[in-house]
Design a protein around this ligand. Structure first.
Ligand SMILES: Cc1ncc(C[n+]2csc(CCOP(=O)(O)OP(=O)(O)O)c2C)c(N)n1
Length: 285
């Protein structure tokens, strides 16, 4: 469990990531807002507390690895990396423009801190398994984190990797499912429901947890708990909200890729800046 002050610090980091993501997307007037917003708290916990990384040496051999398999959520990862010091914050306003080092989808050849080029959904767990196995062969104790989407979970390659990953018992691998219940063109349940996702992963031999993916303390505690379970690969299913925290995206069915005006972005940032932190609200009860 985190101390109150630590939770507040990470909530502040999450708010900064959200605001920088909005500015970044605002600079181009369109983009993948929904799926960027739903993983913000996870990124804050990973980069603010959990991951062993060196922003000055992104390819440091002893780092932990992050694969954003749902590569279209690059904008929020870029915001986290910039705030962490991997590259200048000014880069954020070049998102997806000519000559940028921050393309719409993650590209490890362009962006310091990006560990896998993604965008073709379904591939991240397979690569994460390979890296985790390699680390074990080298007797290294680094962790590999993979973030996948719920729509992405409809890909066949995901389940091939889940079968292999369960058998490989990689206790240095933690997969997060961003279960925001929405995919590109609507609600997962209306398109191709995932059923009892936790039970499915369990049946493939994984250590499974289900949490509120917007609760900093739950995310941190789940990661710590996973690290305490040996000889099993881990998955943390995060129940999240697509578009979380963005006035014009949260609660909207088609919020996967949107166009927006400067006024919408400015207003969303204003509302975020005024909003209290979760831990402060809880304290008032
Ligand atoms: C193999 C593949 N098929 C289709 C797409 C197009 N596509 C991009 S994002 C997306 C929806 C993904 O939904 P989900 O995984 O739930 O992402 P989130 O809602 O978290 O943004 C689709 C179909 C793709 N990038 N790759």
């Amino acid at each position: 469990m985190l101390r109150k002050q630590e939770i507040l610090e990470l909530e502040k980091f999450a708010k900064e990531i959200r605001i920088e993501t909005l500015k970044e997307l605002g600079s181009i007037g369109s983009g993948h807002i929904g799926g960027s917003m739903s993983i913000v708290e996870l990124l804050a916990v990973l980069y603010g507390k959990v991951m062993k990384v060196d922003p000055k040496n992104p390819n440091w051999e002893d780092r932990d690895w992050l694969i954003l398999s749902k590569g279209h959520a690059g904008p929020s990862l870029y915001a986290a990396l910039a705030l962490k010091g991997f590259f200048p914050k000014e880069w954020l306003s070049t998102l997806n423009k000519g000559g940028t080092r921050l393309p719409s989808h993650c590209n490890r050849m362009l962006t310091p801190g990006v560990d896998m080029s993604t965008g073709a959904l379904g591939q991240g767990i397979s690569v994460g398994i390979g890296i985790a196995m390699g680390l074990k062969l080298d007797n290294k104790n680094n962790f590999v984190y993979v973030i996948i989407g719920d729509g992405e979970s409809q890909e066949g390659q995901v389940w091939e990797a889940v079968l292999f990953g369960g058998n490989a018992k990689l206790d240095n691998l933690i997969v997060f499912v961003d279960y925001n219940k929405q995919q590109l063109d609507g609600y997962v349940d209306n398109i191709n429901p995932l059923g009892n996702l936790g039970e499915k992963w369990k049946a493939f031999g994984w250590d499974v947890q289900e949490i509120n993916g917007h609760n900093i303390d739950e995310i941190y505690s789940a990661i710590q708990k996973a690290k305490g379970v040996k000889d099993k690969s881990h998955v943390i299913i995060m129940h999240t909200i697509k578009g979380k925290g963005c006035t014009f995206a949260e609660g909207v069915e088609l919020n996967h890729h949107m166009t927006f005006t400067k006024e919408q972005i400015d207003n969303a940032i204003y509302v975020l800046e005024q909003s209290p932190f979760n831990s402060e609200v809880d304290n008032d009860k």
